[in-house]
Write a protein that binds this ligand. Structure first.
Ligand code: MEV
Length: 360
């Protein structure tokens, strides 16, 4: 077993296909180079402690508490454990997530937890639709699976499948009915194509995809926006079916472009797809004043922007076409800030969960 462990996993954005994915179409998501970092180290203490530095919260367990959780007679069935924990709702999802792992991993013994000090810190802005909770889930699942030697620190493809499965169940604890896309991106990294609840393709792109992510400052409203689109769909099914199909075609084209070598023509086509997707999302009525304003400001500087996620608030992405520090990028950033938006640059398609240090 390790003495000191450091691991991390990335946040994500949805590149295209939000909302239409709810209607059985494809969505393309990818990792961003902001990560959640987990450090774990053994000390002489007789407690297990987990510190969540971003929210200034810590959880401690002693042996008696550990054993009382372990003695709870729940069969090792993920759905049953989730149901049971929700029934016993502690209002503390982080504690529930530890309980879930203790109940789910029957090889876990107190010796593995005693004296273990875990610290988690994230570079991903919380509750912004950038996958901070999934990244937390992936880091925590990886730690516990390592503790029970259920996975190898070298992280084979099969190990990633196991991590993703446990992280998905933690996500269920946090969100009730997650699609599974966030934890898949955080586990596998790079680009993930998702359809009807499953990962249907995972790939890397040779493109240097730098984007600006701009937080509109309006909190994301996933449930409300999904419901709003559903109502619009029920009233205008024959029109919206075409619209969802158009987004699906657009996602397919995006995938083809990302898999090809870089070219000037490709950058024009990617920009087309971003603007077409934003137009379709606008038609779905999930854009708002702030988002329209970000789209228009970026357009003034020649950049193409769309919502990422559910819309109604949350974040937008702007393709920077390989420019990182050009004058127009700098000018756009300062213009967005002048308008009280919060832009930051990031690279798309970085690596998934990664064990950075595993010292004996
Ligand atoms: C939200 O990030 C993406 C939506 O498509 C909802 C979902 O897929 O569950 C709007």
């Amino acid at each position: 077993m390790f003495k000191y462990l450091k691991l991390s996993s990335p946040g994500k954005i949805i590149l295209c296909g939000e909302h239409s994915v709810v209607y059985g179409k494809k969505a393309l998501a990818c990792s961003i180079n902001l990560r959640t970092n987990l450090k774990a180290e053994y000390s002489n203490s007789s407690l297990f402690s987990l510190k969540l530095n971003d929210i200034n919260k810590s959880i401690e367990l002693n042996q008696t508490q550990f054993e009382s959780i372990q003695n709870e007679s729940i069969e090792n069935d993920f759905d049953k454990i989730i149901e049971y924990l929700n029934f016993k709702k502690s209002d503390d999802k982080h504690f529930d997530s530890i309980k879930f792992l203790i109940l789910a991993l029957d090889q876990l013994t107190w010796e593995k937890l005693s004296g273990l000090d875990v610290q988690i810190e994230s570079e991903i802005p919380l509750a912004s639709g950038l996958g901070s909770s999934a990244s937390f889930s992936v880091c925590l699942a990886t730690l516990f699976l390592l503790l029970t030697s259920s996975i190898n620190p070298k992280l084979s493809q099969n190990d990633l499948v196991i991590i993703n499965k446990y992280a998905f169940y933690l996500e269920k604890l946090f969100h009730g009915k997650p699609s599974g896309i966030d934890n898949s991106v955080s586990t596998y990294g790079n680009f993930v194509l998702f359809e009807k609840g499953s990962v249907v393709d995972k790939f890397e792109s040779s493109l240097d995809l730098n984007v600006l992510i701009t937080n509109s400052g309006v909190p994301k409203q996933t449930l409300e926006q999904v419901k709003k689109v559903r109502n619009l769909y029920e009233r205008n099914k024959e029109i919206l079916d075409h619209l969802m199909n158009s987004i699906d075609t657009l996602v397919g084209k995006f995938v083809v472009l990302l898999k090809q070598e870089s070219s000037i023509e490709k950058s024009i086509l990617l920009n087309d797809l971003i603007t077409l997707n934003q137009g379709l999302l606008y038609s779905l009525q999930v854009s708002n004043r702030e988002i329209n304003s970000i789209v228009n400001l970026a357009n003034e500087f020649g950049f193409h922007t769309k919502i990422t996620g559910a819309g109604g608030g949350g974040c937008c992405i702007t393709l920077l076409n390989g420019e990182k520090t050009s004058q127009r990028v700098t000018q756009l950033i300062s213009k967005l800030k002048d308008n009280n938006f919060m832009p930051f640059q990031t690279k798309l398609g970085t690596g998934g969960v990664c064990i950075e240090k595993f010292e004996f």
